[in-house]
Design a protein. Structure first.
Length: 256
């Protein structure tokens, strides 16, 4: 079992523990994201989407829609693979990229449905008064974990996350806020560096490299937060699991 014990943590402690897990074996996380983001980068370059994005006068709606859909799919794949790898890392198991991708492809429909519903709800709440969007995002933060770890369905994961996050919105917001600030700070630095280079494709390459290096931290934080809430609400603690039964491999639980 991992030396990072399952226990309630403050937002800063969750972030610190996530860094510890990432530093222990970063290669699988970086490789997993590269296997998703690099092909998408090649598709962007080959289809000319980067040229359209770099021209503010261009109004190529079909390509913009294609870009939005492709980006959404790449994000769902990358975040889901990171969740699977974070699960293994948290319970001190060797990372298995093949298993992670196999599981994510098997459950991709459910994951995408949950992500789409979450996105629509958050956008609707944001357009109303902004704060409802943040509240909904916090309540639905664990849909991906519910699908991949608990074998919930796409719509069932919405209800599971909503119930799990009840009464913990402030804790979730503070933790995800730290993850967002980290991501924004690094992303802003990469963007400023990219602006010094006129080539759109080079700018996207820099953004892709930075994303592969930094985003795993965000994904690990989200998964650790999911377990933190389960510990607080459901008594999901390491001592109980060790005494009762070993943690089931994620692939097995997903298949049952």
């Amino acid at each position: 079992m991992s030396d990072i014990a399952l226990r309630p943590r403050s937002p800063t402690e969750i972030v610190d523990a996530a860094f510890q897990l990432y530093r222990r074996d970063p290669v699988p996380f970086i490789t997993g994201l590269a296997l998703v983001n690099v092909p998408w980068l090649i598709i962007e370059a080959a289809s000319g989407i980067t040229d359209v994005l770099g021209d503010p006068t261009a109004m190529d709606i079909p390509r913009m829609l294609w870009f939005s859909l492709g980006t959404a799919i790449a994000y769902v794949l990358a975040s889901s693979v990171t969740t699977s790898l974070a699960y293994d890392a948290y319970f001190d198991r060797d990372a298995d990229l093949r298993k992670a991708f196999r599981l994510v492809f098997r459950r991709f429909g459910d994951i995408f449905i949950a992500a789409f519903i979450t996105g629509v709800c958050v956008m609707f709440g944001t357009f109303l008064f902004f704060l409802p969007g943040i509240y909904i995002y916090c309540r639905l933060f664990a849909t991906r974990q519910a699908i991949l770890i608990e074998d919930q369905g796409g719509t069932a994961s919405i209800g599971r996350s909503w119930r799990l996050s009840k009464g913990s919105v402030r804790h979730i917001l503070n933790t995800l806020g730290l993850a967002l600030l980290l991501n924004l700070a690094v992303g802003l630095g990469a963007s400023m560096l990219g602006k010094m280079i006129p080539s759109q494709i080079v700018q996207h390459m820099i953004a892709t490299i930075v994303g592969c290096l930094v985003y795993p931290i965000v994904g690990i934080i989200e998964t650790m937060l999911y377990y933190d809430i389960r510990i607080r609400r459901e008594g999901f603690d390491i001592e109980y699991l060790a005494a009762a039964s070993p943690v089931a491999p994620i692939e097995h639980s997903a298949a049952t």
